[in-house]
Design a protein. Structure first.
Lengths: 272, 491
């Protein structure tokens, strides 16, 4: 077992039962006591635990604090590589100094993640995950709208949100949706999401839907509009072919992800 | 006089002609216009019995005829002057003229003197200054075309079909051809004139038909037509197609073409950056394919230089070799020039960089499979098994295999000739997004295409090539369809 995996496992055990001794861990992970001790030393440096004689105790204050931060920065969201691909393409569509809106949903969180190292980015968002991650980009301008918090999804909505949208315009707006289907069009989970989408649609030059492949042929609760209502769709390449040709022929730019390694197009590495 | 009804022709999945209905009248010059690859040549090759149609019928003077071979076509009085040169270099000019139509005594013995005499008259009429008994090899390209043209006149046909005859002719030579055509017309011959130059069609034709997407888009009388209306038919109504162009940041220069010239090219210079896509627009024979061939090293260049820059150019290997290793060429004719149709998918992918799957001088089949599976996954190629042969895949997937092969051998410059020809819509979308992906990861792309919308939609810059020269260059953002046609159309 590698060190990183071991550390993760130890953390898991500690979170579960607050304290643990070295011998239990070494038996569990099938490594020597010495290895476990060095691992625990590392975790202590991180402030995750306090070491005791023959074992370790969870540093509760620290862990609680960390949980708050993680919630805000979105690192507790489950990693999804398909959403990450979509986010990276979306980030490439954003040009320097243009004002963009990044809406609710985890796919939108990945757009922000791909923007962390880009300078000169201007973002308006109602998604607290996006705000949390954009906080790491010191060369960006970020405006967070006000509004009522949707607790499980961490986005803002309601009257205050509408007020914030009063006098502004975007060159591009990215929104996440719950379903994409020929029959039902684009659909979202609830009325407040629909509310946000409709408002943003009116004040942006390009409305762009970011949806990974799992959203296709699915129908959610409320309808934003037919499939040709948006200007562009970003998704993965494994969506059904009919969608690709439909979007292409109906004036919707369809972007799909591929996974070519950057190193393989660098050139001049052949050994023959 | 000649009526073509519901003619269809398809190659594999790609429909070239879809229910063509057209009628040709004697004593009329009927021009057929259309972009490259819309099926103009296919149509006349069907009438001439060179290609068999899938369905449909042909009526001659009201009677249904089956034309199954060029010989039969000739019996019906149909003569075709093809796009390629069919001249026997080692035979005399006179023999070339009379081949298949020899003057004889009693149908047995050749009347050489008579043929020489008549050939002399014909040469004079065509304005060619040469002795009829001379070898044809010494004729110029234009003169060869004229000889070919005169050859079909000797068979006294009722229907003449000319396929882009005047492309390589100069003004005075064209004038002679036009004069002769008008004479033939007055004698009651039906003339089918294929061209892609609108102006030419307007000059000589009585009727003009436009072929688009394998169908006759419109047939008009010359009197009612002008440049704009015809150009309109050629482009078709505005379909609301959205090309997924990603604005990728351009980085350092990758390739620099500096003043290269050879037989077909005339001091061409441009540079390609990482993340940039350059389109090359031009008609067939403008030198666009020659340019590609020069870039990838198939044709020699007599002057100028092609320079390649890379992040880690160590200078160890020879310059040219390094250059060509880094250029991935995806030809127009994938089946013949690119893929090995009867080999497995995995072999087709690794073949360009076989070293990568070789261990101790042996090809490791395991490694081959692993690496090619990885490429198939990365490029989303839809296959059932990695050991399947390539020929049973669709056009789009074949194209992706070509790209996979180049990605596998770490190419950084991709040269595409007609990348979406014969590929269905969904496949096109996939190819365009693969362009985006290659650009995002730092490759540079050069594309030659006859589909102007595609060039306009996907490229950052477009170079216009005519007679081996770059005649114009523009940002694809500031150009419309109409402009592309007009830049290429003016001669």
């Amino acid at each position: 077992m590698f060190k990183a995996a071991r550390l993760a496992k130890i953390k898991e055990v500690l979170l579960d039962r607050d304290q643990v001794d070295v011998s239990t861990l070494s038996a569990l992970l099938n490594v020597s006591d010495v290895t476990i001790r060095s691992d625990l030393e590392e975790l202590e440096k991180e402030n995750f635990i306090v070491r005791t004689h023959g074992g370790a105790v969870l540093n509760e204050d620290y862990v609680k604090q960390k949980t708050f931060q993680d919630n805000l920065a979105g690192s507790r969201l489950e990693y999804n590589k398909y959403k990450e691909y979509v986010g990276q393409i979306a980030a490439d569509m954003i040009e320097d100094y243009e004002w963009v809106f990044i809406g609710q949903g985890t796919t939108c969180y990945y757009i922000a993640r791909a923007l962390v190292n880009r300078p000169n980015i201007n973002v308006v968002t109602n998604n607290l995950y996006v705000a949390g991650i954009m906080a790491q980009n010191l060369n960006s301008r970020v405006i967070v709208t006000g509004g009522d918090l949707s607790h499980n999804m961490m986005y803002l909505t309601g009257d205050l949100f509408m007020q914030a949208m009063g006098n502004i315009f975007f060159s591009k707006a990215f929104i996440g949706v719950g379903g994409v289907d020929f029959k039902s069009g684009f659909t979202v989970h609830d009325s407040s999401e629909l509310y946000i989408c409709n408002k943003v649609k009116g004040i942006s030059k390009e409305l762009i839907v970011a949806a990974d492949y799992t959203k296709f042929n699915e129908t959610s609760f409320m309808r934003i509009g037919p499939l040709n209502i948006v200007d562009a769709v970003i998704t993965n390449e494994n969506i059904p072919d009919e969608y690709k040709s439909y979007f292409f022929e109906n004036g919707v730019k369809i972007f799909t992800s591929y996974k070519i390694k950057a190193s393989s197009v660098r050139g001049d590495e052949q050994s023959c | 006089m000649l009526k073509v009804c519901d003619v269809c022709k398809s190659y594999g999945n790609a429909d070239v002609l879809k229910n063509i209905n057209i009628e040709f009248t004697s004593g009329e010059i009927h021009a057929i216009l259309g972009g490259n690859g819309v099926g103009k040549s296919t149509l006349i090759n069907i009438i001439a019995g060179i290609i068999r149609m899938n369905s449909g019928s042909i009526y001659l003077d009201g009677e249904k005829v089956e034309i199954t071979s060029p010989y039969e076509a000739k019996k019906y009085g149909i003569a075709v002057c093809p796009q390629d040169i069919l001249i026997f270099d080692e035979l005399s000019i006179a023999n070339n003229l009379f081949i298949g139509n020899e003057t004889t005594y009693n149908h047995v013995i050749l009347d050489r003197e008579e043929m020489l005499k008549e050939a002399g008259t014909i040469l004079k009429r065509l304005g060619i200054n040469a002795e009829p008994q001379r070898n044809a090899a010494k004729l110029s390209l234009a003169e060869k075309y004229l000889i070919q043209f005169a050859r079909i006149l000797l068979s006294k046909p009722k229907i003449i079909m000319l396929d882009e005859l005047t492309d390589s002719l100069t003004g005075s030579e064209k004038k002679i051809v036009y004069e002769i055509l008008n004479e033939m017309k007055d004698k009651g011959v039906a003339i089918i004139y294929i061209t892609h130059q609108i102006n030419e069609a307007l000059t000589i034709a009585d009727k003009i038909s436009v072929i688009k997407d394998g169908k006759i888009a419109e047939t008009v009388n010359n009197r009612e037509a002008n440049l704009d209306t015809i150009a309109g038919y050629l482009l078709g109504e505005d379909v609301n197609i959205a090309f997924p162009k990603l604005p990728v940041t351009k980085r350092e220069v990758l390739l620099e073409v500096d003043n290269i010239s050879n037989l077909f090219l005339n001091s061409i210079s441009f540079s390609l950056k990482r993340g940039e896509m350059i389109g090359i627009a031009g008609m067939v024979g403008s030198g666009r394919s020659s340019l590609l061939r020069a870039i990838i090293g198939l044709d020699k260049i007599s002057e100028g230089e092609i320079r390649f820059f890379s992040e880690r150019s160590t200078g160890k290997k020879s310059h040219r070799r390094r250059l060509f290793q880094n250029i991935g060429y995806i030809p127009e004719n994938r089946e013949d020039q690119g893929l090995f149709p009867k080999m497995s998918i995995s072999k087709n992918i690794v073949i360009r960089n076989i070293r990568k799957v070789t261990r101790f001088h042996f090809i490791s089949l395991n490694k081959e499979k692993m690496e090619s599976r990885d490429m198939v996954d990365r490029l989303g190629i839809k296959i059932s098994d990695i050991n399947d042969r390539v020929f049973c895949l669709s056009g789009g997937n074949k194209q992706k295999i070509m790209v996979a092969r180049c990605v596998f051998s770490n190419c950084s410059i991709y040269v595409f000739d007609e990348p979406t020809k014969g590929i269905d819509t969904a496949g096109k979308v996939e190819i365009y997004n693969i362009f985006n992906e290659l650009l995002r990861k730092g490759a540079g792309i050069i594309v030659v295409s006859s589909d102007f919308a595609e060039l306009e939609g996907m490229c950052d810059r477009i170079l216009f090539i005519k007679k081996g020269r770059i005649v114009a260059e523009c940002n694809s953002k500031d150009i419309g369809h109409q402009q592309i046609i007009s830049v290429l159309g003016e001669s």
